[in-house]
Structure formats: C-alpha cells, structure tokens
Write a protein that binds this ligand. Structure first.
Ligand SMILES: *Cc1c(COP(=O)(O)O)cnc(C)c1O
Length: 387
C-alpha cells in the first residue's frame, strides 16, 4: 500500500524525526570514562519532567509494566496491605501484579468510566486506625477508558488523616503529556514508560521515587534482582548502570527530554488539552459519547468513544486498519466492543489530530452508523481555528 500507516493508538506514539536520528548512530561504550558526562545530566533533567527535586528517577530497560514491578518489589513486603482500585484494564492488571507478589490487596471495583473512588479511599483509610495500609495506588490516566483520576485529591486524603501509606501512581499514559507534579502531590512512586508521552519506541520503564520511597526500599523484603533500586543507585551515582543499558534509547531519551523542555511542560500539557478538546468536539458532533462519565474525568491523551447499541467498536478499528491504513485502538475487558479508542498524545499537532477523525467517520459510515461525513471533522476544525 502506498503512503504510510496513520498511528493513533495510545502508545506506541509517533517517534519524531529528531528522536529517530538520535537512534541512528553507532553503538555506545557504556563503560567509557566520559559516559557519566552524558548520563548524569540526563538523570537530573528527567527529574524536571516528573517535577521532583527531592526524588530520583530510575531508567530500566523494560516497559511500563517493568516499572510497576520495580516500584512494588522495592518498596513493599510480602503480606503488606495495599489499597487499590480498578476502573479499566491497566488498573486491573496492576492489581493482579500486586496479588502475584503476595500483597494483601484491598480491592475496590469501580465502574469503567469512573476514576479513583475518593470517597471509598477516604473511608477505608480513616477506618485503618492502626495505619496498617502500606501503599495506596492510583492510575492517573486509565488508558483503557480515557479516564483521568485526581492524584492530588488522594494525597489530600492521606495528609488529612496523617496516614503514612506510600502513594503509587501509574502515569504511563499521562507523564510528559498531562499536568503531573510528583513533589507537590507527594507521589512516592511514579511509573512511566518510553512509548507514550516520551515519544520513543517501547523499551524503557522510567520510574520516579521520592525520598520516602527510597527509605521504604531499605525496609522492604520482597525479592528483586534485575529491578533492584539498590544496585541501580550504586551504579547510577557514578554515572553507570549495573548491567548493559540500552544506550541508544538513552540517546533518544536525551532528545525527548530536550524537546519537552524546549517546548515547555506547561505548553506540552496545553497542546494535549487543546488537541483532546478537538477530538471531544468531534465526538459530540457525531452524537456519540465518551466512556469517561463526565468532563472532570476526561483524559487528554486518549479518548474511548462509545458506539451505538448494535454496533461493534472493535469492528470500527478493524475496518479503519484494513481500508484506510489507520490504526485506532480496540476496547478491552468489560467494555470490549462497546467503544473504540483514539490515542492523541506525543508528537502531534492540529492537522495530525484531524486524521483519525476523518478515518473514523468514514469507517463508521461504511459500517452503517448514522454519521454525517465531515460532521466531526468540521466541529474539530472550528474548535481548532477559534482557540
Ligand atoms: C501502556 C500502559 C501501561 C503498560 O505499559 P507497557 O509499556 O505496555 O508495559 C500501564 N499503564 C498504563 C496506564 C498504560 O497506558
């Protein structure tokens, strides 16, 4: 097929040419005497992306899932009570991982379309008079449903109760795209990956840990080896890694961090908000709705769009791929078939964000849905030219 695939899934995202160029180099000597001159400023600048001054950032040759494992195994002990909730595929998988590691999970099941259950968290934490709960978990942007959760509000609950539990946040599909403040929100573990806001291929688990999280590491007894913070700290402090790092990814990450800081994080967040709003205008014009139940819950990186009764959202995705070389994302788990997803994060501008709208409109019409061609696209165009 001529032309190129249009990739609008919530990770991997488009890799900008600047980053691809950073990959197109010779292999690097990761024990060279000048290697720390490259790594140490990178570790420092990564902290700016997490908005942490007191914490530190680890880069593992892994994916976001590896980042979860690193945070859990370094900071918790077998049998520890943890408070978790699931409201989509990723928050659910995180719960499964904690169970596999023998944690005692207090599990709140939430409707897909809602976010972290603040009221239930407050009740459960308040009832925990002995302060036995060691960790509280939030998925900031639930990629399966396009729902954003209020991390700052969870911190507020913990502070008001003077509860010492560690705050674990999955920011895989929000960091470097949506407002995130590790220090201000008192996040103890912030998990991210390379293939979403960082605009790299999949291959890095990037994890921010607070001082309190690093202290917890000294007490925690879960087994870790490849993901050991202790080993990482010992090597990183001298500018090296405990094993062969994927150096080309680090070069790409350097470029990514530069691009994000050059644009300015606030501008990056505003751009994602604006492009997401354009997608939401299109959804409204189609007469459809999002899985996310109300505006405060809208994620700016991914939209899960409900299809009308009697239609299959995953058929829309297959049709787009087959006929228009457009990659959208299927709906998973509890909402499988009920929706389709558009990823709108990373290296993206106005005209690029119209592309998935054009294709989705055509596919929905092809499949017999009552959609007027151009309606969503025009609504998005109007929004983008006025704001
Ligand atoms: C993508 C994603 C993950 C998983 O990351 P992998 O890199 O696929 O391991 C976890 N959580 C969220 C919210 C995600 O979007």
């Amino acid at each position: 097929m001529a032309g190129r695939n249009s990739l609008y899934i919530p990770g991997p995202t488009n890799v900008p040419q600047r980053i691809r160029n950073a990959f197109a180099i010779e292999q690097q000597d990761m024990r060279a005497v000048d290697f720390p001159e490259f790594t140490q400023p990178l570790f420092e600048d990564l902290k700016k992306i997490f908005k942490t001054e007191e914490g530190r950032v680890f880069v593992f040759p892994a994916s976001g899932t590896g980042g979860w494992e690193a945070a859990i195994t370094n900071m918790l002990s077998e049998g520890d009570q943890v408070l978790m909730s699931h409201y989509g595929q990723f928050s659910w998988l995180w719960v499964q991982m904690c169970k596999r590691f023998g944690l005692n999970v207090i599990e709140e099941e939430v409707d897909w379309g809602d976010g972290v259950p603040l009221k239930r968290y407050a009740e459960i934490l308040e009832a925990d008079k002995g302060k036995k709960i060691q960790g509280v978990f939030v998925t900031h942007s639930e990629t399966a449903t396009g729902v954003k959760s209020d991390v700052a509000a969870v911190r507020k609950i913990l502070d008001e109760l003077d509860h010492p539990a560690l705050l674990f946040v999955d920011a895989v599909s929000s960091l470097a795209s949506m407002d995130f403040r590790m220090d201000e929100w008192g996040v103890d573990a912030c998990v991210s990956g390379s293939q979403k806001g960082f605009m790299l291929p999949a291959g890095l688990g990037i994890v921010g840990i607070s001082q309190k999280g690093l202290e917890a590491e000294r007490r925690s007894t879960l087994h870790r080896s490849f993901f050991s913070f202790e080993d990482m700290i010992a090597s990183n402090d001298t500018g090296y890694f405990p094993y062969t790092p994927n150096t080309l990814y680090l070069k790409g990450l350097r470029e990514s961090v530069d691009m994000l800081l050059e644009e300015g994080l606030e501008n990056v967040y505003a751009r994602h908000r604006r492009l997401a709003n354009a997608v939401r205008e299109a959804v409204k014009a189609w007469g459809l709705s999002l899985v996310a139940k109300h505006e405060d819950l809208y994620s700016d990186t991914v939209s899960a769009i409900r299809v009308p009764e009697g239609f299959d959202g995953n058929e829309v995705v297959r049709h787009c791929y087959k006929h228009y070389d457009l990659s959208l994302s299927v709906s998973l788990g509890k909402i499988a078939g009920k929706a389709f997803r558009i990823g709108h994060l990373g290296d993206l501008n106005e005209l690029m964000v119209l592309t998935p709208l054009i294709g989705a409109e055509m596919a929905m019409k092809d499949l017999g849905m009552d959609i007027e061609l151009g309606s969503g696209v025009a609504a998005a165009q109007e929004y983008l030219r006025q704001k």
